[in-house]
Write a protein of this length. Structure first.
Length: 213
């Protein structure tokens, strides 16, 4: 057992972000799976941890933290991860890049939202696949366009992982899962390849943490 516990779900994009950051920081931690498919996030035990019923929840430094972007900011500030530039204008631009996924794209592609859309669609079409593809590809196109403001680099905005990379990788995993074509976005593919070679990202990948059946 360690002093750090992450309550997560292996396919949760928000949890995936925190696994990456914990690995980048070299923080040993225990993972406790909250199975979203089985509805464990609505259990009294988990609602006591997070009244929103979401994952991730991170217990660290005597704190219980929720909301992935807030947790990432805490880890960045306390472990000096350098996820964002220090200059205010550059910092705001880099945050906007990351938020285009974490704040705008991810919420509408949340499993809970997609399932509700499926119910409303009454079985029409390929749901929730149609829903996911409808939002993910335009979101990635916008991210790719925003990335054009930065010179080409191994990672999104430089030579080390940033908040943008941490937000992008889970969304690319979702894109592949739902059959979203981003073959016309070579820069995103290049960043994906760079991150795949970084053990902090590789060890956080859903396939690497999928609990045994």
């Amino acid at each position: 057992m360690t002093d750090v516990t992450l309550f997560d779900y292996w396919r949760s994009s928000a949890s995936y972000r925190i696994r990456i950051a914990l690995n980048l920081a070299g923080i040993d931690h225990d993972c406790v799976t909250i199975d979203l498919v089985k509805g464990e996030h609505r259990s009294p035990e988990h609602l006591a941890r997070n009244p929103q019923g979401f994952v991730p929840v991170l217990e660290i430094d005597g704190l219980r933290l929720t909301q992935s972007l807030a947790i990432l900011d805490y880890l960045d500030q306390t472990r000096d991860l350098g996820l964002l530039p220090r200059e205010p204008a550059a910092r705001a631009q880099a945050q906007a890049l990351a938020h285009s996924i974490a704040v705008d794209l991810h919420p509408v592609c949340n499993l809970q939202v997609a399932r509700h859309a499926t119910l409303l669609a009454d079985g029409a079409g390929d749901m929730p696949g149609d829903w996911m593809r409808h939002f993910i590809r335009p979101g990635l196109l916008a991210f790719d366009a925003l990335l054009g403001a930065y010179p080409p680099a191994p990672y999104c905005i430089g030579h080390s992982p940033s908040l943008a990379d941490i937000c992008l990788m889970p969304q690319l995993y979702n894109a592949r899962r739902w059959g979203v074509d981003f073959s016309d976005m070579p820069r995103l593919q290049a960043v994906e390849a760079t991150c795949a070679e970084n053990m902090a990202f590789a060890r956080a990948h859903p396939d690497a943490v999928h609990p045994a059946s």
